[in-house]
Design a binder for this molecule. Structure first.
Ligand SMILES: N[C@@H](CCC(=O)N[C@@H](CS)C(=O)NCC(=O)O)C(=O)O
Length: 206
């Protein structure tokens, strides 16, 4: 059995598809019939009890969820493909740092903007919850903007999966931010010959 990725167009599974493409490794794609910004069908809970995408089934049948965990795992499974620095090196420490930072601060804020009603018990506070999430995401992006030094990528000259992940989350940001380094990082990702067609399929010219 090969890898099976559950995803839907325009969702975070884009970066997992990009990881397989960069590694030049095959996988089966299961595209769920579901619109971005809407909860997945209740039946999907059997596959992922947290009912989110991306969800990856490994060749041995085990289930892997959480985008950062999936990407870190694939980088370890496919070494030498330029997905991430070598484990144990300081660069790998930085890779882990920004992967986790992006997950807990950016991706989480995206969820609070998309599903604000989950994050407040006060029906009158839904808009304020969304607004606060956009603000918080902007603050996290500002930290990343400073961290892209010297660039053009988060770890320096070489693109890693952390950049593909950050570029996607940056593209999803709905607020205003002056972030020329992140813009250049995103350009580097979207202009990568392998990533570009996958990006276009999911996000068009965003
Ligand atoms: N913590 C998860 C978040 C994944 C996530 O929010 N996925 C969205 C699609 S981009 C989703 O499944 N949304 C449906 C829902 O939350 O009900 C991760 O890092 O993978």
């Amino acid at each position: 059995m090969t890898y099976r990725l559950y995803n839907r167009p325009g969702s975070g599974g884009f970066v997992v598809e990009a990881a397989f493409a960069l590694a030049d490794e095959p996988f089966d794609l299961v595209e769920l019939d579901s619109k971005a910004g809407t909860p997945l069908a209740e039946s999907f809970r059997e596959t992922n009890p947290w009912k989110q995408l991306p969800t990856l089934i490994l060749p041995d049948g085990s289930i892997l969820t959480e985008t950062a965990a999936i990407l870190i795992h694939l980088a370890a499974v496919f070494p030498g493909k330029g997905l991430a620095p070598l484990p144990g090196t300081p660069a790998h420490g930085a890779f882990l740092r920004w992967m986790v930072f992006a997950s807990v601060n950016l991706y989480e804020a995206v969820l609070r903007t998309g599903y604000p009603q989950r994050f407040t018990a006060d029906p009158n506070a839904v808009d304020a919850t969304r607004t606060a999430a956009v603000t918080r995401m902007g603050e996290a992006l500002a930290v990343l903007e400073d961290a892209v030094d010297p660039g053009p990528f988060i770890l320096g000259a070489e693109m890693s999966l952390a950049d593909v992940y950050i570029a996607m989350l940056f593209a999803w940001y709905r607020g205003e931010i002056e972030a020329p380094r992140l813009a250049a990082l995103k350009d580097g990702v979207t202009q990568n010959a392998i990533v570009a067609p996958i990006w276009r399929r999911h996000f068009g010219d965003r």
